[in-house]
Design a protein around this ligand. Sequence first.
Ligand SMILES: C[S@@+](CC[C@H](N)C(=O)[O-])C[C@H]1O[C@@H](n2cnc3c(N)ncnc32)[C@H](O)[C@@H]1O
Length: 352
Amino acid sequence: MAVDEDKVMEFLGRVVTDGGAAVAGLCTSLGDRLGLYTAMAGAGPMTAAQLAARTGLHERYLREWLAAQVAGEYVSYDRDTDSYLLPDEHAAVLADPTAPTYAAGFFTMMQALYGTEDLLMDAFRTGQGVGWEEHSDALFAGTAKFFRPGYAGSLVADWIPAMNGTERRLMAGAEVADVGCGYGWSTMLMAKAYPASRFHGFDFHQPSIDRARELATEQGLADRVSFEVAGAQDFPGDGYDLITFFDCLHDMGDPGAALHHAERALATDGACMIVEPNASAEVEENINPVGRALVSASVAICLPSALAQHGPQAMGNHAGEEAMRHLADDAGLHHWKLAAESPVNRVYAAAR
Ligand SMILES: C[S@@+](CC[C@H](N)C(=O)[O-])C[C@H]1O[C@@H](n2cnc3c(N)ncnc32)[C@H](O)[C@@H]1O
């Protein structure tokens, strides 16, 4: 069959664009970690020398970095004044970690993922997993940084109010377990909003729990938040009014057993909040930028993490609502609803 040369060139163009984006991603990460976007945010047009004076970094490197930012249209350039501008709209995405649109965490995660490429190659050959703990700190920090803005924008404002009766219980004083809590931003966001309640974050990854404890102290929340190393199948305590799983249930080797344990640990009328990536079980429905990012993350992080736990079920992050609902039903959580949705997450409420 004759190859359509136009289609070859069109696809080549697309792959070159993606390659350029991959290299540029390193520059984005550098700009984020070195505080370059923050230094430019709201500062108006500036020359490379002015950016160097502001950041204490070397001007020659900054000129190169700025040229790359202009090439990617992240920063605009004025030839007459030889100055560069980070538009306010771009600052909301790259310079302000408190903005719900902050997306720089994505690039911190990338730092870790290329580092595990050799382990992934072995895993593809052997069928074994790559455990969460086998990644570098950049994955743990990047994951927290990536998910936090979405939680900060929606968790208290939209997701909890969408769970029948849960907001009222949290305001009155409830016991909450946040399972697979990582650095614990979800736990702390809830703790800030509901001071009468007590929050217990659990994760089987010691370094994440250590960091969560530090952050809770820094945030002045240590009086109502505790963090403990524990697995999803055996975390301590019972009588919880709310048990949450933020972007972690599908990372587990036995998510069904985790839900069984949660069902046993719930108070009468308690509920589980299960937050999962907003990717579809139908592969062709993920042909969009978020779907592509999520499913690619499943190849590199989620599936290998679950396989490393040698459980009966490695779901990947796009198993879909029906698969999750089935697991919950099996665990005795028969009441199920899609409570809320964002471009990145779907939020399910599950109860007896
Ligand atoms: C993608 S991260 C999400 C972390 C955090 N919930 C967030 O939203 O930022 C998945 C987390 O699940 C934890 N995890 C995976 N399997 C677990 C298990 N079986 N028991 C407890 N934690 C687990 C990992 O250590 C990791 O912190």
